[in-house]
Design a protein around this ligand. Structure first.
Ligand code: AMP
Ligand code: GLY
Length: 436
């Protein structure tokens, strides 16, 4: 059933991802009500009403939803999926196009994810081991001195808690010391076999049973040009007009989609039916496609690349997700995108926030600038210590989209850092040369 588009939709979250969601919702005629922790000027300007407050405290959000007569809710940030918000909203009769806490464990517990893949014999799993004490950890690392591991806290890290041997950690001592510190903090640590290859993000919409794919995106997590420095929430991202990426191996996308389908059915079968957006992070490794993470939400920045290209009604899609009625496949324009995040100077190390001016002189350019963890006005924002503005370029291929993105970046004035190497011809050519 296609519902009227004047629907009231609650959107939780105030980053670049949520700005992209708010734009597609309001363009399609939905009335957006937002709950966010920062005064994001773009989201606020698109909202009928809004509240500022902590996004992880469900009670005021439920109150706001009830007072506003909300029909449908959608949650952006991962920490919110760990609270009781989705269950609380549903218990008040509000439909939600996001997973409940039990289904969201696919992201909030990396152990749950690895065990689900193992139990249902889903392709792409990797060797992993979980430790709660340093004695066993030491023994394991000593026994596997010839191997390299990715060392991870079990829960959410904002992309920043994972350290990889041979990348961020060299040798046994550093690995043992970091893994021990994670145990000290969380009581537990996950060691995963280190895999190498091109990473890619495959996001899908799911109504609990069916999936509808979005274009593949590649996210650049490292703070520095040439993929150096610490991991961040994501410095930028690219997608191609083919909806896959030219440097991935044959059928990489199809294999990733099969894994996503299998995960959706395993979640359903195990009593954790998942409604919302599932975002798989994959590695195109010499041994095949490997699962790095499965997340229970839109990726940030990758969601902005794909929502920028969305050629369907987002309110309609979210209704269908909530109602278990996602029949048709969702359409996206066949264009390439390059996105670069404008961040405070020192981001990833010691961020120094300042003010940024955003030229409003060319109204046709406004749609390429998405507002993230900032507060203020559309024409002038205060940075926080997180990412500030996602600047997008769209074109017939990645190179053209990159030139557009660089042009659009000129609209921003002030002190900021941006990774200009993302989406350049040199970067794509280097990746093509390494293609399996
Ligand atoms: P995550 O927060 O788990 O997505 O990890 C952050 C980043 O660490 C990923 O994007 C990868 O680049 C890297 N990483 C995570 N797990 C592994 C792994 N098992 N092998 C190699 N790199 C990994
Ligand atoms: N792009 C990384 C994330 O959303 O987790």
């Amino acid at each position: 059933m296609v519902r009227p588009l004047s629907e009231k939709i609650l959107l939780v979250g105030g980053g670049g991802r949520e700005d992209a969601v708010a734009r597609r919702l309001s363009e399609a005629g939905a009335h957006v009500y937002s709950f966010l922790k920062n005064r994001n000027p773009s989201i606020i300007s698109l909202s009928r009403d809004y509240r500022i407050g902590p996004e992880t405290d469900p009670a005021p959000i439920v109150d706001f939803a009830l007072k506003s007569g909300i029909d449908l809710a959608f949650i952006g940030p991962d920490p919110v999926l760990e609270t009781s918000l989705v269950e609380d909203l549903r218990s008040k009769g509000i439909r939600v196009a996001s997973p409940d806490r039990s289904a969201a464990r696919i992201e909030t517990s990396k152990k749950f994810m690895r065990e689900l893949l193992r139990e249902y014999r889903i392709d792409g799993n990797i060797e992993f081991a979980n430790f709660t004490g340093t004695d066993h950890l030491k023994e394991y690392l000593q026994q596997h001195r010839d191997k390299e591991f990715a060392i991870k806290p079990l829960g959410l890290t904002g992309g920043k808690g994972v350290k990889v041997m041979g990348v961020h950690l060299s040798g046994f001592e550093e690995a043992f010391s970091y893994a021990s510190s994670v145990i000290g903090k969380d009581g537990s640590v996950l060691l995963e076999e280190r895999v190498t290859g091109e990473e890619f993000s495959q996001q899908v919409f799911t109504d609990g049973q069916r999936i509808s794919p979005m274009p593949v995106v590649q996210d650049y997590k490292r703070a520095g040009e040439g993929d150096t420095g610490p991991n961040t929430g994501g410095m930028g991202s690219i997608s191609d007009s083919t909806h896959t990426l030219p440097f991935l191996s044959h059928n990489a996308r199809e294999k990733a989609l099969k894994i996503m389908e299998d995960v959706v059915s395993a979640l359903r079968d195990s009593g954790n039916e998942f409604h919302g957006i599932l975002y798989g992070q994959f590695m195109d490794s010499p041994g095949g496609i490997r699962v790095i993470e499965i997340n229970a939400r839109f990726a940030d920045p990758e969601s902005i690349n794909v929502l920028h290209l969305l050629d369907d009604s987002l309110p309609d899609i979210l209704n269908r997700i909530a109602d278990g009625d996602l029949r048709k496949s969702v359409r996206f324009r066949n264009a390439a995108t390059v996105l670069k995040y404008v961040v405070p100077e020192g981001y990833g190390y010691a961020p120094k926030p300042s003010a940024l001016a955003i030229s409003q002189e060319k109204p046709e350019k406004r749609k390429f600038i998405y507002y993230a963890a900032v507060s203020g006005e559309l024409s002038e924002v205060e940075q926080s210590t997180s990412r500030s503005l996602a600047v997008v370029g769209e074109g017939k291929d990645i190179e053209t989209a990159n030139s557009e993105c660089e042009e659009n970046l000129k609209l921003i004035k002030g002190k900021f850092y941006v990774r200009h190497d993302i989406g350049t011809r040199a970067m794509i050519e280097a990746k093509m040369a390494r293609r399996p």
